[in-house]
Write a protein that binds this ligand. Structure first.
Ligand code: NDP
Ligand code: MG
Length: 382
């Protein structure tokens, strides 16, 4: 029995993780669930799953959650600090980081410090502070199991290969809803168009990141830290069907890939259940339904965010933290119809040029960089 804490149980990954846990009652016990503002869903999940602890990050919603659960044997806490404390509980074996954005950094650090195994969905954490996180995990003997489908694919390809050096990895990208379009056509695309992903049903932030290819840029940086790769060992290929989830090439030239229908429940279950492959009834892939699997070069000129992410990775230090903070501000402004689709890249590029560069940042430097980059990005939104 693995005892699981889910940070962000009300989101796309969080709710799918609950389905996985429900389908495998002999393997998992739900210990903690947390949400930010969706108190109603958090309460419903608590009543259905009876975890020992729930946390609502927004303190103004504490009483609503507490009152709704007063007849249950469930502890209720509120606030960002409570997130940091619950991941340290002795009754938790593994923390699934399924919250979105920079807010995941601190609880992830606290969970690793407490020696908890990590199932990592919150890629922003590794983008912002990959070096700090991976060094801390090594020091504490903590494994980080990827939930992101591409990284799960690579992790699955590496099973039994841990002593064989990787020549390169190839991350596949769907290309998003605007694949093949040129910059002039992207200038006026709407939020509604950007939110329609062809293959995946995800939270709003990652869906916009997928449309702008920033998601693939974040994933390149995530892969660098997860698998200890040099920058020149990570390639991206556009594969619109999202059937091949990613590939690894070894030094003998052999390539291994992991395939399946686009369904996040499989990588979530693999991360939670590792090293076991738990039996599932997820729909099976049939080659005859997909007689053509196709591949293209990503268009870095039109989708500038991917190029900006490569640049940030190349520069290292706090640059990926600047990229991430500016992107979070730009995406939320786009979702409020305050900036256009292409302006998101302008904001990120400007922040990368203007926010102070730090080659060897400490944790406090990341906190300051995130704050400064957000302020600058917000000024550009106005
Ligand atoms: P959602 O927006 O669907 O869910 C986000 C979750 O985080 C919600 O539970 C939300 O709470 C909570 N949350 C948001 N802000 C805060 C905060 N400041 N403090 C605490 N909790 C917060 O996102 P997704 O599930 O799509 O994505 C989660 C992470 O997983 C992201 O980092 C994403 O990049 C990654 N990922 C997602 C994939 C997917 O298929 N969705 C695929 C691969 C990676 P509430 O709803 O209550 O406000
Ligand atoms: Mg992914």
């Amino acid at each position: 029995m693995k005892r699981i804490a889910i940070l962000g149980s009300t989101g796309s990954i969080g709710t799918q993780a609950l389905e996985v846990i429900k389908a495998n009652p002999d393997s998992f016990e739900l210990e903690v669930i947390t949400a930010h503002s969706n108190a109603d869903l958090l309460i419903a999940q608590a009543l259905a799953f009876k975890p020992n602890v729930v946390v609502i990050a927004r303190e103004d919603l504490y009483e609503q959650v507490r009152d709704a659960l007063q007849h249950e044997d469930i502890k209720v806490y509120a606030g960002a600090n409570a997130l940091n404390s619950v991941v340290e509980m002795s009754t938790v074996d593994m923390v699934l980081t399924a919250m979105v954005g920079y807010a995941g950094l601190q609880p992830t650090i606290r969970a690793i410090q407490a020696g908890k195994q990590i199932a990592l969905a919150n890629k922003e954490t590794l983008v912002v502070a990959g070096q700090l996180i991976t060094e801390l995990a090594r020091e504490k003997g903590v494994n980080i199991y990827p939930v992101d489908s591409e990284h799960s694919a690579i992790f699955q390809c590496l099973a039994g290969e841990f002593h064989n050096p990787i020549e390169k990895i190839i991350l596949t990208a769907s290309g998003g809803p605007f694949r093949g379009r040129k910059a002039e056509e992207l200038r006026l695309v709407t939020k509604a168009q950007a939110l329609k992903h062809p293959n995946w049903d995800m939270g709003a932030k990652i869906t916009i990141d997928s449309a702008s290819l920033m998601n693939k840029g974040l994933e390149v940086i995530e892969a660098k830290w997860l698998f200890g790769l040099r920058n020149d060992q990570i390639e991206v290929v556009v594969h619109p069907q999202s059937i091949i989830h990613s590939l690894v090439q070894f030094e003998d030239g052999s390539i291994k890939a992991q395939l399946g229908l686009p369904d996040m429940k499989l990588p979530i279950q693999y991360a939670l259940g590792y090293p076991q492959r738990l039996k599932s009834d997820f729909p099976r892939f049939n080659f005859l339904d997909y007689p053509q699997l196709t591949f293209e070069q990503p268009d870095l000129k039109t989708f500038r965010n991917l190029q900006l992410a490569y640049n940030a990775m190349e520069q290292g230090g706090n640059m990926p933290c600047i990229l991430n903070a500016a992107n979070e501000v730009a995406v939320s402004a786009f979702l409020r119809d305050e900036v256009g689709f292409l302006e998101m890249s302008d904001i990120i590029e400007s922040c990368m040029a203007k926010v102070m560069y730090i080659a060897n940042p400490s944790y406090n430097d990341y906190v300051d960089t995130d704050r400064e980059a957000r302020l600058r990005a917000l000024e550009l939104v106005k």
